[in-house]
Each structure stands twice: as structure tokens, then as C-alpha cells.
Design a protein around this ligand. Sequence first.
Ligand code: ATP
Length: 409
Amino acid sequence: MKSEIITIGDELMSGEVLDTNFSWLAEQLWTLGCEVHWHTSVRDDPATMAESFKNAQRSDLVIVTGGLGPTSDDRTLAVAAETFARPLEEDSKALEAIKKRLQVLGRDLNDSQAKQAMKPQGSTMFPNVKGTAPGCRMEEHETQFIFLVGVPSEMKEQWSRDVVPFIRSLQKDPYVFKQKIFRCFGSPEAELEEKLKNFSSDVRLSYRLKFPEVLIKVAASSAEEALVNQSISSAEKEIREKLGRSIYAVDDNPIEKVINTLLTERNETVAIAESCTGGLISHMLTEVSGSSAYLDRSFVTYSNQSKVDLLGVSADTIEKFGAVSSECVLEMAQSARERAGTDYALAVSGIAGPSGGTDDKPVGTVYVALATPQGCTDKKYFFPFGRHYFKEIAAHVALHRLRRHIEMA
Ligand code: ATP
């Protein structure tokens, strides 16, 4: 089905808001077998909107987002009605739903709110369970127009609840689409690509750098589910053979979720001592629900004195070797483990830059230590990638050290 996407909003055209609805919808349409041929972004200007609607009749399916709300600049449906010479009419069911929603919020219905229930004649409205503005669909000379709200979370809900089943109902042949994402860490994208050079499985293969990881996606589609499953599993076999341990997880399982699984399964705990990452490792871990079961505590010891005060690192060690040293990071990890009484402790100390580097220890130098029941080890790394990326990669490296240790135990 030839498709197109129209995103509406002054804030998109001024660059204030990134058009994430487009990228999300494009990916969703792709998984449904609807190729996106055009994408237009327009201001909240009736003439420009009308022009984009008229042009969109070149497509079978048009997804429009934005401008369905109560404010005066929300006029998508009014413009659609005028463009296609359909009078606006009230949808009583939609109006009731808006009233109910407002009641829950303790507010009364006013004219602006009621405007959201006005639809072009002959169109069908569908609910917005997360907000007030309903969605709407209509057929115009064999083109299906689907209007969705602009707020991304509400738009996604409308999409899954009403739009996906509707698009499937338009499709004559069954369309099965599946994909699997292989998450790789520690090998550059070019190296992974080189290893997969003669990839022979019959799937679509794509790469995406999600610093510091590389995500490799395989996707297959067919009218038959069995064929799709077969393609994906033979691609998986080939990828695993060629990339081996570069792959650490699949799909929506970033390192912090892998750590969650590993520690929860083993009923083990961890403490963190962070210097240059400033709490990022702890932040990543606590992004996962249930992390209180295994993350006992974090020491964010940024200054030298705090390393002495909170972790008991010897002032002599810092004096003699510096805070960014193997000696210091080993003491940090050991002490964090002892003080917290955990199975493991991770410690990180490094120079994020741009200042603070020396000939001996240039900006980008970082030491990562892991304390375990078997002892404490550390490793020195060099990531001269700028402050933000330095922190990201240092935090990931630390968590991957813990993952590898547990997996190999
Ligand atoms: P509502 O009135 O309920 O907010 P609406 O359909 O009128 O819904 P808009 O007013 O156009 O939506 O946008 C609502 C919010 O959604 C704004 O904060 C806007 O920046 C954001 N938004 C709109 N379109 C997009 C888009 N294409 N990508 C990302 N965010 C968007």
C-alpha cells in the first residue's frame, strides 16, 4: 500500500520540536508492509495544510498527525472538511467521551473542548484514551486519510488500538513481518559489517549505532508466518556464528536489563563507586524496575576527599598515584564491596576532560575495577571521545565487565 505521512505544527517547522512522530510512524508502517513514499511537514496554516491534503491523494494511505486539539491553531479536521467539501458535523459519541474525560480531570466542557468532536461529514472518529482529542479516518476518492493527535504518547496509543487493525482490514493478502535486533558491544560497526560481508540469509539486514552499542537488525516478511520464522532463525544462526561474543543481548534488552536478569536470577547484589561517571552507572541501573533488589548503594565520590571520607581510600594512595590510577580504583571497588556487604562492586575513575589531562594520563583515560568474592581486578581504557561520550562508554564498559564476569563464572 503506497503510503504517506503528513506532520502538522508550527513548532516542527521552526525546529523547536523534533518530528519524532514521523520516524516512529514510518517504522510502524514499514512493519505493516506499507511503504512510505512521501513525508510532508507543514505549518498550522490552512492553505498549506489544504495543499498537502490535496497532494496526498496520490497515495493509498495517508497518516496525518497534529492539530486535533482544542486550541485555535488546532484546525486539521476543519481544513480537511473544507478541502474535500464535506461539512463539519458533530460526533455525539466523541462528544460524550470528551465530557467523560474532562469529568475525570474535574473540568467542564467548553466550546473549545467541544470543537474536538467536530468531524468532516462521512468520516469516523475513534477514541483517545490518554487525552481528549479523538482521532478520525475518512476515505476520499480511494485514499484513506487517518488523522491522529500530535502528542506522541497519545498518538501511539491511537495507532495501536484503532489504526493497526484498520490497516490490516484493508490488506487483501496476509502480511507477516518479524524482526530481531542483535545488540553488540565492544566492536566497531565497520568491523561487524566486515564479518557479515558475505551474509547469505534471506533477510533485510541493517545497522544502527546507538552509542556505544551497535544494533544489527534482521527483518523478514512474507504471507506465511512459518517462512518468516525460518528466515529469522537461519539469519540468527549465521549472525551468531560470525559475530560470536560481540553480541551480548537481543531486542529490547540493553545492558542494564541484562544485569537485572543476571543478578536477579542469582539473587546477588552490587554496589557502585563512581567518580568520573558522576552517578551515570547508578542511573542506568535504576532505570530498570526491580533494581532495588540488587543495587545496594552507590558512592558518587567526585572529589579526592570524598573518596577518602566515604570509601576510606588511603590519602597516601591518592597522593602517590593520583585519583585516576589502578591503585585508587582498586581501593574504591574493594571498599565499596566491603562497606555495602554486596557480592560485587564496580568502581570507575577517569579524566573526562576537556581539562585535567597530563602527558601520563591524557583526557580520556579511565580505570574500571570490579570487586568480586574471588578478588578485585582493574583495567585501564582510553576513550578520548569528549565528555558526554566518555561518560557513556565508561559506564557501559563497567557494566559489561560485571556481565562478562558473571556469565563466565
Ligand atoms: P492536543 O491538543 O491534545 O495537544 P493536537 O493533535 O492538537 O493534540 P498538537 O497541538 O499539534 O497536537 O501537538 C501537541 C504536542 O505534541 C506538542 O507539544 C507538540 O510539540 C507535540 N508534537 C506534535 N507533533 C509532533 C511530531 N510530529 N513529533 C513530535 N512531537 C509532536
